[in-house]
Design a protein around this ligand. Structure first.
Ligand SMILES: [Zn+2]
Length: 121
């Protein structure tokens, strides 16, 4: 999968997450303020960036470029971090980190579907 395809998936995840975020507020009859749209936009932007991050950390210069930042171990660490993020009180920081994680996850999930898949470590 090339960078452009990774970025497209990151954007889809970003818009999906933003829609869920705003939709959840509407379903719960919460007021949707301008800052909520800002947080949704922050999620989209950081998901976009996150989707490129694994190949920025480990550039795809050869077929064996997938090391730790493309690994199943890294995926597990991301899952563990998302539990910690839920404790953060600042909603903007929380949305930025969730967006980054969601974008990063789309990259690893899509790479895992290729014949080389992901390394364990
Ligand atoms: Zn990659």
């Amino acid at each position: 999968m090339n960078r452009r395809e990774h970025l497209q998936l990151g954007l889809i995840a970003g818009f999906g997450g933003a829609a869920v975020y705003i939709g959840n507020k509407l379903i719960n009859d919460e007021d949707v303020a301008l800052k909520d749209f800002g947080n949704a936009l922050l999620f989209i932007v950081t998901a976009y960036i996150g989707s490129a991050l694994p190949d920025i950390l480990e550039p795809a210069k050869n077929p064996h470029h997938r090391k730790f930042f493309h690994s199943l171990t890294c995926s597990g660490a991301l899952g563990g971090m998302s539990l910690k993020i839920s404790n953060i009180k600042n909603e903007s920081i929380k949305m930025a980190l969730y967006g980054l994680g969601a974008g990063y996850a789309t990259h690893l999930i899509s790479d895992s579907t290729t014949p080389r898949s992901l390394p364990l470590i």
